[in-house]
Ligand binder design. Structure first.
Ligand code: ADP
Ligand code: SF4
Length: 698
């Protein structure tokens, strides 16, 4: 395999101030949940990307003082030397692989709610935060402005001393410097408010001081949302106006769109945004600066990347999600291994896990976030101690596919991946066919290519295995990955019971699989999609049915339509989109019974409510397909007699969870299949302070 020469341009070095990037691949700052609190995870996570060829790796936002505190969301803190000591591990890892390490120094201004530090937030003016409306900041006095600049300089010096090569004065997603710049936040009448020059003053002065302090040793980067695509920032003309004003102080412009309130526009889900979508705004920055520019837009196509560089719009290809999904993306392009690239699917589960779980994970890359605590490398697999066995994996959904791939890479003699369906993929056979989720097919495509390549893995479709078939199969290790199904009787979290009248064997009651896999026709004209789960399936089916001409009402017993999609930044745009295409939305409706022509229940205040409908789609809860596993498990001695030494189950067959967890579960079992008790995950390294009793004092 050789690289296409048209991609050579991506491997040219780029100078930024006093530093040189070895190529044009740049991991922009992004959240992980690690900060300085999990220094091992932080270091290995970023170090893996450095090893994979990213010329620079950056921290997430790094808060410069105790009056910018977002706890319990974990950002990097640079409050004292100890924080930097922890972060210096990341610099060492980056340098070990010839990459630069960057730190995104910031102050959150009005949006930092100070839950741990108990300090008031600060802002240019006393206007409640649009991100946390309950938070009203202190309007900064001149002494506050001076002190925050000093904090920035102190943090920059500490960062340099810790080994960072790139220091940000980040205002990006409507944080303090951008709050000064934006008339939406800044209503001041002094030298820091009014004209663009005045509003830019705080950011420019901070840049001057940081540059004077560390500019000889570090590249100075600014991250700027050049177009807020909403009220919370600046429009493009003022964004580029700021670039002109500050250009002489900046070595690297890291440009994007949106704001923290409209973060969904920056970390755009594939449902709404295509690869490279930010270019229409950030591509305009070149008109006003000759300095290096890095932009983002979920780029995974080397052709597109090379095109952008050749156009002169940007100098560097920035990535957060594509670098999470495949830390080795640059190396794979460099070596011409294009088919190996694990392309991001744009599901934003990484954000769900980093922001709400404080530990990043990824649907496509089961090793993301596990580099340190479990010691997993996305491209390296130890030969298994018990590799001279045959393994039968029953079910080729996300769990089974991932498990079979890792077992194959660990060198098992023979791995058979068997599925009852005519195609592999499990739930991924139909989820990408929901409107807007086409890019999710990349999950299956990458695995299909891997399975094809592994000579010791055989994929057998169209074969439903019974317990007897499995006993007679001849494999020493059996892994059951038979997935889950949607309840056909309305069983749900709110009542913990089936719903009277709900029975998917009736023509007017349907489950998601019946529609997507079995082609069961939806009778009549009016349909209620009833959602008790809250993620993407009900919304997707509602959209699909409206596209097919049905009159659709999406009703949920939850307080809001599809609340889980808020964690993936899709929620507000999804609800708006459903509204725009004509899906009626009813939140707070708790169905208690249904029949032909109706669904009955109560509204959010407990008042009786009735919906007239010709059909009901039940999206209430899933149930594991565990019967096969349980039948086998009840006679382990018998299995041993048949030569089956080990039996495991993975994925939704254990408990129905998101795709990222099913895939992780399959990966985990395969990584640990030669441990003493593979069914139980090995303990992972936790990063926490453990005090000796004497350390507390009396
Ligand atoms: P997961 O997300 O845990 O991987 P899925 O529901 O996506 O689960 O996939 C489970 C797969 O298992 C489906 O493709 C289904 O066809 C297959 N399957 C279920 N039962 C059997 C069986 N008895 N024999 C072979 N394949 C099965
Ligand atoms: Fe991409 Fe989804 Fe992975 Fe995030 S979780 S990096 S969006 S595939």
């Amino acid at each position: 395999m050789t690289r296409d020469p048209k991609h050579d341009i991506l491997f040219e070095p780029v100078r930024i101030g006093p530093k040189t990037l070895r190529n044009r691949f740049y991991q922009v700052p992004h959240c992980t949940g690690f900060g300085a609190e999990k220094p091992g995870s932080q270091a290995r996570f970023r170090g893996m990307k450095a090893e994979g060829g990213w010329a620079a790796v950056n921290t997430e936002e790094a808060l410069i003082s105790t009056d910018t505190d977002y706890w319990p969301v974990v950002s990097t803190r640079v409050w004292d030397e100890d924080d930097l000591r922890n972060l210096s591990l990341m610099c060492d890892e980056a340098h070990k692989h010839g990459s630069l390490a960057g730190i995104e120094l910031t102050h959150g201004g009005v949006h930092a709610d100070g839950r741990e530090s108990r300090r008031p937030s600060l802002g240019p003016s006393q206007l409640a935060s649009d991100y946390h409306p309950f938070v009203v900041p202190k309007a900064m006095e001149l002494s506050d402005i001076r002190r925050v600049r000093e904090d920035w300089v102190r943090a920059a010096k500490l960062s340099r001393d810790a080994g960072f090569d790139i220091v940000y004065v980040y205002g990006g997603h409507s944080y303090l410097p951008l709050q000064f710049l934006s008339p939406f936040y800044n209503k001041r009448t002094d030298a820091y408010g009014g004209s663009l020059e005045n509003r830019a003053r705080f950011w420019v002065e901070t840049l001057e001081e940081v540059r004077a302090a560390v500019g000889d040793d570090c590249a100075i980067a600014v991250r700027l949302c050049v177009e807020a695509l909403g009220p919370a920032g600046v429009e493009l003309d003022e964004g580029t106006g700021f670039v002109v004003l500050a250009d002489h102080l900046v070595d690297l412009w890291d440009v994007n769109v949106g704001s923290i309130t409209d973060w969904s526009k920056d970390s755009g889900a594939s449902r709404f945004f295509q690869e490279g979508y930010q270019l229409q705004w950030t591509g305009r920055v070149r008109e006003v600066t000759a300095k290096p520019i890095v932009g983002v837009g979920r780029l995974t196509s080397p052709d597109r990347m090379a095109e952008i560089i050749r156009s002169g719009a940007w100098d560097l290809i920035g990535a957060a999600r594509p670098s999470i999904s495949d830390p080795f993306l640059p190396k794979k392009i460099e070596e011409g291994r294009y088919g190996e690239i694990r392309e991001c699917i744009g599901c934003n589960v990484c954000i769900m896990k980093a922001e709400w779980g404080n530990h990043i994970g990824c649907t496509q890359n089961a090793t993301a976030g596990e580099e340190y605590r479990r010691g997993w490398h996305p491209e390296q697999f130890e030969p298994a101690a018990n590799a001279d066995n045959d393994v039968l994996v029953v079910g080729a959904g996300p769990a089974g596919m991932e498990c079979a791939i890792v077992l194959g890479k660990r060198g098992f003699r023979r791995v058979h991946l068997v599925d009852a369906a005519s195609e592999i993929g499990g739930v991924m056979r139909w989820i990408p066919r929901l409107p807007g989720l086409g890019e999710w097919a990349r999950f299956l495509n990458w695995r299909a290519v891997q399975l094809e390549k592994l000579k010791n893995v055989e994929v057998i479709t169209g074969t439903e295995l019974s317990a007897q078939d499995i006993r007679e199969y001849g494999a020493e290790i059996v892994v059951v990955a038979t997935g889950a199904r949607w309840a056909a009787d309305g069983l749900n979290a709110y009542t913990h019971a089936s719903m009277p009248g709900a029975d998917a064997s009736l023509p007017y009651v349907l489950t998601p699989e019946q529609i997507m896999l079995e082609g069961k026709a939806v009778p009549g004209k009016r349909v209620v999609v009833y959602d008790a789960e809250g993620y993407f399936v009900a919304a997707g089916l509602a959209e699909k049915l409206v596209e097919e001409g049905y009159d659709v009402e999406l009703a949920t017993c939850l307080e809001r339509i599809a609340p889980v999609t808020d964690e993936t930044l899709e929620g507000p745009m999804l609800r708006q989109h459903l509204h725009d295409i004509g899906v009626r939305q009813r939140a707070g409706f708790l169905a208690s019974e249904m029949g032909e022509g109706f669904m009955r229940g109560t509204d959010e205040f407990g008042e009786p409510a009735e919906l007239e409908t010709d059909a009901v789609v039940l999206v209430t809860q899933r149930l594991s397909n565990e019967a096969l596993y349980l039948e086998l498990a009840q006679d382990l001695d018998g299995l041993r007699g048949e030569g089956i030494e080990a039996l495991y189950r993975i994925g939704d067959c254990v408990a129905p969870r998101i795709i990222a967890e099913a895939s992780f579960d399959g990966h985990r079992l395969a990584r640990e299949i030669d441990a003493d008790d593979p069914a139980t995950p090995l303990p992972y390294t936790r990063e926490r302070i453990v005090l000796e009793s004497a350390a507390i004092g009396s």
